[in-house]
Design a protein around this ligand. Sequence first.
Ligand code: ZN
Length: 154
Amino acid sequence: MAIRNIRKYGDDILRKKAKEVTVFDDKLKTLLNDMAETMKDAKGVGLAAPQIGILRKVVVIDVGEGLIELINPEIVFEEGEAVEVEGCLSIPGINGEVPRPQKVKVKAMDRNGKMFEIEGEDFLARALCHEIDHLNGILFVDKAIKFVKSDSEG
Ligand code: ZN
């Protein structure tokens, strides 16, 4: 496993659309392992592959309930709205209040290419939406309704 370099705001790659994963090989497993380690090292709760310069639809999330790996994730259902403060490992020093669905259902594949669904509410719903946005070149600052300076990264 290795810690990868996290791309920061202003890097063009954060604005590009990630491509579907079609090959579920050892390279993908290494990527997932490295992403989990990089997220943990940075004390983040989520990381999308474009944040380490890889334009593939791969996301890892850990909101304190265990590691979630998502390949080619897609939101298939959303409900409600909540406004909470969030941040991004690619945008250190700034947080923002962002409206997100209160609940989402996401369809994705695991590291072996097997389909599954995951439901998230509140903070997990927020993390799922935030990371899936990264795969489409969207950052939380695009959706924030208010900015807050911060020392912590999220
Ligand atoms: Zn982010």
